[in-house]
Write a protein that binds this ligand. Structure first.
Ligand code: SAH
Ligand code: SF4
Ligand code: F3S
Length: 448
């Protein structure tokens, strides 16, 4: 057994796939003696796992690097080393610029090469000068990652698919994560089993286009979910993020037929205007999205929906924006994420004419957020009085409290013993808030 003698601090931005990747990077470094630490002060290695999706996300990396440089210098003054690594999507997109702007960075690595971290760390420890690895190697990193993984807790993320071939006008993901690739069903099932052995009761399957999963050993995502649902001790399955174009009938049927598949779906639509959807290269209309939601709700009437919206895409007029507001009113979302369009270098929309002024984007995002907040509050309010199965995840924020998750992904707080963590228990909802529910235990245990 390796004795953990070095401290590793990881800072994560971006999507859930980055959260998963950060965990895996720590797993890869564990055999080298690195153990996670909460603070960068005193760390032997710091990894920034970055996001390039919007301009602000990328800028944060450079300000954090400036702060870490001071820590690194202070450590060097004591004759000790701090390896500073930049990973993730900013590293992939702007590797050279990072080294130009922050020459004190030791390692730059893209999302597809972190299985090679031990070798990079060895090189960085030996020599002066930065190590950069932003290839898309032919070998799939998953085949080279250790089986041993630190437990994630009662709820866990599992990446099953990576990359994107869709090329939406505004998005960097096809460039930073590369082409779509799916992991074989057998690998996914083996990893899910290990997660359950480590205490996971809910697994969220991840992919930039998770419902385009087409790995070997199962018939599409629906087939894979059916296989996972057979794992003993796995009470709940979710998946994110999906594209409307890949929402096939088999997956819709899975929502009707598989009790472990939770009645919550994040299905980004981005806009309610056909003109803008076409300009975005989303390859579906607003009415096709409405029809899809109709089918999903027919299959699973209690399905709650979440989405992503972008306001101010180039060419978006007041009328286009109104079409988005109308789509939101027509569908009714339980939750949603809203973004002001942010031009990303190298993407088609960034060079397009008719950019929307910032002040107009601000006005539109306030309006759309107000409407979505109202819908979220209404959705939460209708849960009051219901008795629902809650997966207890651990202690709550206050003494004596436990926290958990509803089937519809709402955080739930109740008074109760932490010993219930990992169990699905019935609770009666007594109050609703913007982002969460308060409930009381109905002592009975319904599922281990
Ligand atoms: N693969 C997923 C989401 C990827 S990124 C999908 O296709 O839905 C997450 C969200 O960030 C997107 O859904 C979009 O709403 C937002 N986003 C992506 N690029 C953006 C940009 N340039 N400006 C603003 N928001 C953006
Ligand atoms: Fe980006 Fe579009 Fe791919 Fe989603 S589907 S990751 S928004 S290019
Ligand atoms: Fe960001 Fe990369 Fe995820 S750009 S949203 S971290 S895929």
């Amino acid at each position: 057994m390796t004795v953990n003698t070095k401290r590793l601090h990881v800072i994560t931005w971006g999507c859930q796939m980055n959260v998963y990747d950060s965990g895996r990077m720590a797993d890869v470094l564990a055999p080298l003696g690195y153990a996670p630490t909460e603070l960068p002060e005193g760390a032997d290695m710091v990894i920034l796992n970055t996001c390039h999706i919007r301009d602000k996300a990328a800028e944060k990396v450079f300000s954090e690097l400036g702060r870490l440089r001071l820590l690194k210098l202070a450590r060097e003054a004591e004759g000790r080393k701090m390896i500073l690594a930049v990973a993730g999507c900013v590293a992939q997109a702007e590797g050279a610029e990072i080294l130009a702007r922050a020459p004190y960075v030791d390692i730059v690595l893209g999302p597809q090469t972190y299985h090679r971290l031990p070798e990079m760390v060895a090189r960085a420890s030996r020599a002066a000068g930065a190590v950069i690895d932003t290839e898309f190697p032919a070998e799939q990193k998953f085949d080279f990652l250790p089986d041993a993984a630190a437990p994630q807790g009662v709820t866990a993320f599992l990446t099953i698919q990576e990359g994107c071939d869709k090329f939406c006008s505004f998005c960097v993901v096809p460039y930073t994560r590369g082409a779509e690739a799916s992991r074989p069903a057998a690998d996914v099932i083996a990893e899910a089993r290990r997660m359950v052995d480590l205490g996971a009761r809910e697994i969220t399957l991840l992919g930039q286009n998770v419902n385009a999963w087409h790995g070997t050993g199962a018939d599409g995502l629906a087939g894979l979910v059916r296989l996972l649902a057979e794992i003993d001790g796995l009470a709940r399955i979710r998946y994110t993020t999906s594209h409307p174009r890949d929402m096939d009938d088999a997956l819709i049927a899975a929502h009707a037929e598989i009790p472990a598949l939770m009645p919550f779906l994040h299905l980004p639509v981005q806009s309610g205007s056909d003109r803008i959807l076409a300009a975005m290269n989303r390859k579906h209309t607003a009415d096709e999205y409405r029809a899809l939601i109709g089918k999903l709700r027919a299959a699973r009437p209690d399905l709650a929906l979440s989405s992503d919206f972008i306001v101010g895409h180039p060419g978006e007029t007041e009328q286009d924006f109104e079409a988005t507001m109308q789509l939101i009113r027509d569908i009714g979302f339980a939750q949603a994420f809203t973004f002001k369009y942010s031009p990303r270098p190298g993407t088609p929309a960034a060079g397009a004419g008719m950019q929307v002024p910032e002040a107009e984007k601000d006005r539109r995002i306030y309006a759309v957020q107000a409407l979505l907040r109202e819908q979220q509050a209404a959705f939460n309010a209708q849960c009051v009085g219901l008795t629902i199965p809650v997966l207890v995840t651990g202690p709550g924020r206050h003494a004596g409290q436990i926290g958990g998750r509803s089937p519809w992904l709402q955080p739930v707080h109740a008074i109760g013993p932490v010993s219930l963590a990992g169990q699905v228990v019935e609770m009666t909802v007594t109050a609703s808030h913007t982002n969460s529910l308060t409930a009381i235990l109905k002592q009975e245990r319904i599922c281990a």
